[in-house]
Design a protein around this ligand. Structure first.
Ligand code: SAM
Length: 475
């Protein structure tokens, strides 16, 4: 009963499991942590991650609480490192100042082993503690995976998939069909949405049935799902769903929800009917072709089914909607997500709190955090002791700032900060100053159009009789 780290990462990092290394705020690196089982790629320490912020042997990242800060270690990059240095003229690990990096001008030094052996490229290297740079180690989540995964295709991003999963009512115990799988971004989010642990008897187990017709992508995704411990919860099938439909081993997945990220979703829609699809939606005679032969529907017969298609062009939307109507889908509705990041902070002139400027400015440890807080508080005390004019200047300066960045700024909340009296009366420093909210300088525009629709449950005479017996009228 191995539970995927995406669903339950446990309190600490583990060997042979996925971790996400946060190098800086938006720079994430997925890594499968290796056990320290001897030499790996020339390093005595075992596997090592080399980044612009330093070198991080896997052994230093094992069995630590998620969220830990990991300090860089000195490791010898051996002949490969020297080659890179020669080629680029700089040390690979020192190309730029990064997350918490102290640019002390030192190279990543050759290890003790080099000195002892006197060899230019010793076969086995040793890592020793160093404090030049640091990263943070985070548990895998669909959101972090979406940001860091190896792209094989265009992917669905978090703002879109969170809304889609909500609208198609993906919830613990749901069965969801997805095509195509692509890079697996949506797959990871959807499996978390439908996961309901190991259900007791009679309970439906949440599951994702995923389809991909590109052979290489299918194999890569298959391996990824197994590496992520998700193979029991996602059943991936190598198939062209336009011609092959959505049954698995000849059986219906009985899906409650469907997501289609395909170039021509209208070609897959007939295979998502409750009855045998028409052979041609343009010319077919529905009455003649809709005889129920041995055709099996992939949908849950006991529920209305919720569908979303994801298409970049309005022409694709028009065609999809037209076919949806003819196949009996209702509540058809199109949405475009215009996601925008907002940065909210308190600002006072002459004071840079530095805590909300991204990972690069994060304090390295508790001592540094306390030192910065002390500095901030002493500057607040100085500021509060100044005559009232100073505060007024500050407010108008803030206003000027705001006007110059008016296009970016979407809101300034009416909190002008304390007067000199209030400042000295002990208001917490982090509550002082104007609350400023700024949007991203550029709004990310169109990703895709989301078309939602519902296929109602079929209502038979038997259902009517059962309902009448359950809810007798007038009794
Ligand atoms: N939703 C995915 C994600 O979030 O990573 C990305 C999907 S990608 C844009 C579209 C995928 O659909 C491609 O990998 C493509 O190979 C696959 N595809 C296209 N036509 C298909 C078909 N007829 N049957 C199955 N898969 C198909």
């Amino acid at each position: 009963n191995k539970v995927s780290p995406f669903l339950d990462p446990g309190p600490r990092t583990k060997a042979n499991s996925l971790a996400i290394l946060q190098l800086s705020r938006d720079n994430l690196l997925p890594v499968y942590l290796q056990p320290p089982t001897g030499e790996h790629d020339g390093y005595a320490e075992g596997a090592v991650v080399n980044t612009r912020y330093g070198s991080f042997p896997h052994s230093t990242m094992l069995n630590v609480p998620w969220g830990s800060q990991i300090r860089a270690s000195k490791v010898d990059t051996g002949s490969r490192g020297r080659k890179r240095k020669r080629e680029s003229g700089v040390d690979a690990c020192r190309e730029a100042t990064g997350a918490g990096e102290k640019d002390d001008g030192k190279d990543n030094e050759d290890s003790a082993a080099t000195a002892v052996n006197g060899e230019s490229a010793p076969a086995v290297k040793q890592a020793v503690a160093d404090t030049s740079g640091f990263i943070h180690i985070l548990p895998p989540t669909p959101e972090l995976w979406t940001t860091s995964l190896p792209h094989r295709t265009q992917v669905v991003y978090t703002p879109d998939y969170s809304y889609i999963l909500h609208r198609i009512r993906a919830r613990p115990g749901s069965v969801l069909i997805e095509a195509g799988a692509g890079s697996g971004s949506f797959t990871h989010a959807s499996v978390r949405a439908v996961y309901n642990g190991y259900p007791t008897e009679g309970q439906r187990k949440g599951k994702v049935y995923s389809f991909e017709f590109h052979e290489q992508r299918y194999h890569k995704m298959k391996k990824e799902l197994s590496d992520h411990g998700l193979d029991g919860l996602v059943q991936l099938t190598h198939r062209d769903v336009y011609s092959g439909g959505f049954l698995v081993d000849g059986k219906s997945p009985e899906a409650d929800a469907v997501f289609l990220d395909l170039p021509a979703p209208w070609e897959a829609l007939p295979n998502l009917s409750r009855r045998k699809p028409q052979t041609s939606l343009d010319t077919g005679d529905a009455a003649a072709e809709n005889e129920q032969t041995e055709w099996v529907s992939p949908l849950n017969p006991k529920k209305s089914v919720y569908l979303c298609t994801f298409s970049p062009c309005i022409e694709q939307v028009t065609r999809t909607v037209s076919v949806m109507r003819r196949l009996g889908w209702v509540d058809i509705d199109m949405v475009e997500i215009a996601n925008r990041k907002l940065h909210t902070s308190r600002e006072r002139v002459g004071l840079n709190l530095n805590f909300d400027r991204g990972v690069n400015n994060s304090p390295r440890d508790v001592e540094e955090a306390l030192a910065r807080l002390e500095e901030i508080e002493s500057r607040f005390r100085e500021h509060a002791a100044k005559p009232r004019d100073g505060d007024e200047d500050m407010d108008s300066a803030d206003e000027g700032d705001m006007q110059s960045s008016a296009k970016q700024s979407i809101a300034t909340h009416g909190n002008p900060g304390p007067s000199a009296d209030e400042g000295s009366s002990g208001t917490a420093p982090w509550m002082e100053g104007r609350l400023i909210t700024r949007g991203e300088p550029e709004i990310k525009t169109h990703t895709s159009y989301l078309v939602f629709a519902v296929l109602p449950m079929e209502w038979s005479e038997g259902d009517e009789a059962a309902a009448a017996a359950k809810y007798p009228v007038g009794k």
